[in-house]
Design a protein around this ligand. Structure first.
Ligand code: LLP
Length: 422
């Protein structure tokens, strides 16, 4: 459920015509609906009302300060994976007591920043990381709360690039090996093992892998407690899928119910790290048609957004629905075409949709790539020296530019031609 809808023949985000935003701000532009963000957060949180819990939005999905501010205002925290994300989270006003830090490659300086901020929890992923964190915390005179991210070896049955909970993936530590690490961490002055963590993958459309993972973590908590290691937090990561096309993922209510049944008696504070399910369908990428080109084999619709703006189609063969911002005003049923929607980048992988049935369109028409709120802007780049798109947040009948379109000057910020260059 989201707040992008047609009024007569025109696409609106909440009460604002998307076409108006494009006139004012230009294209390509990401447009987010605040009401949808709020609704998704509340729906996701609802089942956990009777349990001690913390929703740590996985901010890699969309890390704009304004989005973080919305979730923070609803009581959420964040799951971070870099010093840059910590910086953003603090700038957005997220209290450190609601920040958990995941990721396999934390650097010493990043650890220091998080230790200084006194974040809630470090999700550690290897023996060497634990040694370094202990040393950094010791040096700074801090005690770091840690959870070991375990790899429960369950198959999330999702795209291989976003599957993380199998032994062949780089993430986490095998459950059997984690016991020794907990013992070692427990013996260290500067570390306090307080949690168990996992994240098995993203865009899951089935409940059973989640449940298998939670069961394994439950057993581990029992084993740890029997050794006197007092586990107070269970972090089950994110991963709940959303409908992009024909998928039918479990509803947040069903997911929540199934988790609660297993976690209720564990005596832990439950941490959840949803990303996509909160923001995916709350954002669209709007682009303008530049040209059309009809070859013998293919019909190309060339638009002003490209793979640098939305990488998901080429990277994961991901599907994003395409809606017209102004539906056909010419009367009658629009003619259909089968087309590839492509951008201006010099790569054949630069497509946003392939062999898609679309209404026939004209140069100047606006198209909305739906469900682009998660891993859209946050994965965008400057490839081909394209300034990154603007981001807009709609609130009822107002809209706010929450990130300005980059300029050419932004493109060369920090670059220098050395004096010695002939
Ligand atoms: N927690 C951790 C430790 C994660 O690595 C991730 C996502 C999440 C939570 C949030 O997962 P979500 O609820 O969003 O599924 N770029 C890919 C998705 C990569 C996901 C990476 N980790 C895509 O566009 O589909």
């Amino acid at each position: 459920m989201h707040h992008f809808h047609y009024v007569d023949e025109e696409l609106y985000c909440e009460n604002v015509p998307v076409g108006r935003i494009c006139e004012d701000v230009g294209t390509p532009v990401y447009v987010y609906s605040r009401e949808t963000l709020v609704r998704h957060f509340r729906k996701f949180e609802e089942p956990f009302a009777d349990l001690n819990h913390l929703i740590c939005y996985s901010m890699k999905a969309c890390s704009n300060l304004a989005i973080l501010h919305v979730f923070c205002g609803l009581g959420g925290g964040v799951d971070i994976v870099s010093g840059g994300e910590l910086y953003r989270a603090l700038k957005a006003g997220v209290p450190p007591s609601r920040i958990v830090y995941s990721g396999v490659g934390k650097k010493a300086a990043e650890m220091d920043e998080a230790l200084e901020a006194d974040i809630l929890l470090f999700n550690v992923e290897s023996e060497e990381e634990v040694e370094l964190l202990a040393q950094r915390a010791g040096t700074l005179g801090k005690k770091a709360r840690i959870a070991v991210r375990v790899n429960p070896d369950v198959d999330p049955r999702t795209h291989p690039y976003i599957s993380t909970g199998l032994k062949r993936n780089k993430f986490g530590i095998e459950v059997e090996r984690s016991l020794d690490l907990y013992r070692r961490a427990g013996s260290m002055e500067s570390l306090e093992p307080v949690g168990v963590d996992c994240h098995i993958g993203s865009q899951l459309t089935d409940l059973s892998p989640f449940m298998e993972a939670v069961d394994r973590l439950g057993e581990l908590i029992g084993a740890l407690r029997s050794e006197g290691i007092n586990i107070r937090y269970l972090d089950i990561g994110g991963g709940l899928g959303i409908p992009y096309d024909q998928e039918e993922p479990p509803s947040p209510a069903d997911y929540g119910q199934a988790v609660i049944e297993r976690v209720r008696d564990m005596g832990v504070t439950l941490i959840l790290e949803p990303g996509r399910v909160l923001v995916g369908n709350a954002g669209i990428l709007v682009t303008r048609v530049l040209y059309q080109k009809r070859g013998t084999l293919k019909h190309f619709v060339i638009v002003d957004a490209a793979m640098n703006d939305l990488m998901r189609p080429v990277l994961y063969k991901a599907y994003h629905g395409i809606w017209r911002v102004l539906q056909d005003g010419r009367g009658g049923e629009p003619r259909k075409v089968i087309a590839d929607v492509v951008g201006p980048i010099c790569e054949s992988g630069d497509f946003l949709a392939q062999d898609r049935e679309l209404d026939e369109m004209r140069s100047g028409d606006l198209l909305a790539l739906m469900s682009a709120g998660a891993y859209g802007f946050s994965m965008s780049s400057n490839y081909n020296s394209r300034p990154r798109a603007a981001e807009v947040l709609v609130v009822g009948d107002e809209y706010f530019v929450v990130r300005e379109r980059e300029t050419y000057e932004d493109l060369i910020r920090g670059e220098r031609i050395p004096d010695k260059t002939p």
